[in-house]
Design a protein around this ligand. Structure first.
Ligand code: INS
Ligand code: FE2
Ligand code: FE2
Length: 335
């Protein structure tokens, strides 16, 4: 399928801010019409609901007791983190600029990087050790299964379990043209407006040219109050990348898509920053993202899952929300 032809604003132009606002529908990388048609046909055929989750499903994920017995002081201790983590964030905070983010989105739309199934992607990702993470030295497949299994043990809906299983698969980007880990992993934050103190290591933004830009350094920058997170450019990385793939190629509900897209936006979902940019829908999505977060973070101290034993259960879930095409036993995803 051909990517939608969207005129990108000139990155060097002095009025990038205005251009960005004018073109932001395009920049939001809406699904191409072919992809939308295909997913709609699949949804109708399977009677899988996309849109928002039902009240019953919402109640289910709001009642979580999963993290009640976890010692939260053991996680995300960035001041005590090793140099690997500190150096990672310094580099990320200096290099995630508006100009870079426009370029990254343009590159993303311009090609398909690989074709493989979800399970193949999990296996490929397994060689990556995330430099930004102070809390786990496990492989990615183990982290994904730990998250999914914790959600499953709590009796949450299948789409929620699957979201746990795939939420970090966007890190695959590292193998396909990323500039390092700084544009793949780590927490995310908005670009195009002032970097708030709710971001970890806020002092490291001094080296980011946008922090001196007359527009981008203002509180609202190129945005306006209540503009909605859909219209905000979050620093490019695994969340944003996987969100677009899932939006186009799966039947996952909006809550699942929000969990994927915002799970690293800790300054917002955990530190309470950037509230001014939210619209009505974002308040609903925040509940979903907050419900997901403990399974991502606190499952890191759970036992190591048996990959082989769990595979067939999860393949069935994958096939429910990424329905195979005719002749396929598992859906081949365009990455
Ligand atoms: O180090 C971690 C890791 O990269 C996660 O995948 C990401 O979601 C978190 O936000 C980050 O803190
Ligand atoms: Fe992540
Ligand atoms: Fe994760």
């Amino acid at each position: 399928m051909a990517p939608a032809a969207v005129a990108m604003p000139p990155v060097e132009a002095p009025n990038v801010a205005e251009e960005f606002v004018d073109h932001r529908d395009g920049l939001a990388l809406e699904a191409t019409s072919d992809a939308v048609d295909e997913v709609n046909v699949l949804k109708a055929a399977m009677r899988v609901k996309n849109g928002t989750a039902s009240q019953e499903e919402v109640d289910l994920y709001e009642q979580s007791q999963f993290d009640a017995d976890k010692d939260k002081t053991q996680f995300r201790q960035y001041e005590d983190a090793c140099d690997r983590v500190k150096n990672f964030y310094r580099e990320q905070h200096e290099k995630q600029t508006v100009a870079y983010n426009l370029k990254a989105r343009n590159d993303f739309k311009s090609k398909t990087r690989a074709e493989m199934t979800i399970w193949q992607a999990m296996e490929k990702l397994n060689t990556l050790i995330d430099e930004s993470d102070p809390d786990t030295s496990l492989s990615q497949i183990e982290h994904l299964l730990q998250s999914a299994e914790a959600i499953r043990r709590d009796g949450k809906p299948k789409w929620f379990q699957l979201t746990g299983l795939i939420h970090d698969l966007g890190k695959l980007l590292f193998f396909y043209g990323a500039q390092g880990q700084w544009d793949v992993v780590g927490d995310t934050f908005p670009v195009g407006c002032a970097f708030e103190d709710s971001i970890i290591y806020p002092g490291t933004f001094a080296g980011n040219p946008d922090s001196k830009d007359p527009v981008y350094s203002t509180k609202h920058g190129i945005y306006s109050e209540g503009c909605g997170l859909d219209n905000v450019m979050l620093s490019w990385g695994h969340d944003e990348y996987l969100y677009h793939l899932c939006k186009e190629q799966s039947t996952l509900p909006d809550e699942a898509l929000a969990m994927i897209r915002y799970h690293s936006f800790y300054p917002w979902h955990s530190a309470g920053g950037y509230r001014w940019m939210m619209n009505e829908k974002d308040h609903e999505m925040l509940k979903a993202v907050k419900a997901f977060n403990p399974y991502d973070l606190y499952s890191k101290s759970d036992g190591i899952p048996e990959v082989k034993e769990l595979k067939s259960y999860y393949i069935e879930l994958i096939n429910t929300y990424f329905p195979p095409r005719e002749g396929e036993s598992e859906r081949v995803i365009k990455w």
